[in-house]
Write a protein that binds this ligand. Sequence first.
Ligand code: 6GU
Length: 239
Amino acid sequence: MRIDVLSIFPSYFDGLTLSLLGKAQDAGLIDLRVRDLRDWAFDRHRTVDDTPYGGGAGMVMKPEPWGLALDEVAGSAPAPDAERPTIIFPSPAGEVFTQKTARQLATREHLVFGCGRYEGIDERVFEYAADLGEVRLISLGDYVLNGGEVATMAMIEAIGRLIPGVVGNPESLVEESHEDGLLEYPSYTKPASWRERAVPEILLSGNHGAIAAWRREQQLVRTRARRPDLLADDEAPSR
Ligand code: 6GU
């Protein structure tokens, strides 16, 4: 998978060279290219923002650098049979990112992340980008960050680990929170007693059927307590 990131703070993404995602890049599974949006701003101060038409607080990102940057990273398809890129603009005004979104995006050949700052990006940029690929405005949740960088890192990590070969043991992808619409069951390791707290007896029983049933029940108990919204969801898989 190729991933282009456009940001005025490219060094945010240095962290993606670490750990699993770093290895995936070394192995050629992910081709991550982080670019400084200011490389497409040609005035003396490399300006990327301006005051909003109609007034109001803050600054808005100018369309011109975005247009040139998108032309370069999302413009000409590298191969005639390559699919159009999916162009993602992290935004608190977007659709909410979920594990389902991550699974969808993990199947794409080419993702482009456009990281906005300030009060946002000139709306015409989103319209223009739709000529180059499939545009999606995506939010991490109902709170506000200062820009798209941290959200983009979260999405790249969630998507990247679903690309075949990135996570060593694919079984570990199945039994985790949100894969089956429920929260994960609690985990324990040695010692069996720690600071007078015992590991639940059933896990030491060797009875795999009973353990599986107990874990399922724990998933339901936790989900009911912490995330009842997941159980109420009409789209929840039947269980
Ligand atoms: Cl994707 N961007 C910003 N700026 N704030 C957010 C967000 C995204 N998701 C939640 N809050």
